[in-house]
Design a protein around this ligand. Sequence first.
Ligand code: PGA
Length: 263
Amino acid sequence: MSVSAIIPWVVGNWKMNPVQADACALVRSMKELLEIAPIAEAQCHLGVAPISIALTQIQAQLSTANRAVYTVAQDVSRIPGTGAYTGEVSAELLADSNIGYVLVGHSERRELFADTVEILKAKIKNALNAGLTVIYCVGESLEQREAGQAEAVVLQQICDIAAVVEAEQWKRIVIAYEPIWAIGTGKTASPQDAQAMHAQIRQGLSQITGYGETIAILYGGSVKPENAVELATCPDINGALVGGASLNAESFLQIAQAFANTQ
Ligand code: PGA
C-alpha cells in the first residue's frame, strides 16, 4: 500500500460548542448538503466531535445521512472500565454507546486541562483496548517553532505514545498535526511547511512503527474552504481536523470535498 491509497479523513472538532438547537440544525444542514452534493465514503471519511452529552443524540441524527458520518468523542477517561470516578467517561462506556472514535492529546487538553504524557498514554491505551480508533493530536508552540524545535517536539510526541500502542493497533491510530499557533488564530501553516512536517511525521512513524505508509496524518489549525484545496494537494496531508469552520455545514463539507477531489 502506498500513501496515495490512504482515504482522507475530515473531522469537525466542535469543541465546547454549540447549543443543542444549533447542533441539530448543523447536522440537518450537513445531511441536506450531502444529498445535494454527495461525497463518496471511498473518497473521504467524515466525522464530527460534539460535546459529550450530545454524542448519542448526534449519532442518532447522523444515522439517517446518505453516508457514514462518524461520531467522535472529544476526550476519554484515563481510568478504564466502570467505577466510582465522578465526572469521568471511560473508553468502555464510549464503546458501549457505539462511539468508535476519540480525540486524544489536543493542545487545549494538554495546556488547559493538564493532560500530561502519562495521562495521554493511559487514555490511548484504554481507548485502543476498548476497540476505539484514536485521533492523536500533536503540534508545537510558536516559541518551539521559532527556536527551530518544531520537528523534534512533534516527533517526541509520537514517540511518547509508541510504548502503549501494540503493533496491530496502529491501524486504529490517526495522527492530527496541529501547530498550536495556528489553532483558532486564522493563521495556517503554509502548505509547504505543513507538507514538510507531515513528511517528517510519516518518516518518524515508519521508523517507530513500520506503518508510516498506512497511517492517515491530518492537518489542523484554521483550515477553511479557502486553504483546503491547496492543503489537500500535499501528498502527505491525508485530511483535516477542523475547528471553527466545522460549525458551518457548508464550509465543513467544502473542506471535505477538497480532500475527496484528490481521490
Ligand atoms: P481551528 O481548530 O480550525 O478553529 O483552528 C482546529 C482544532 O483545534 O482542532
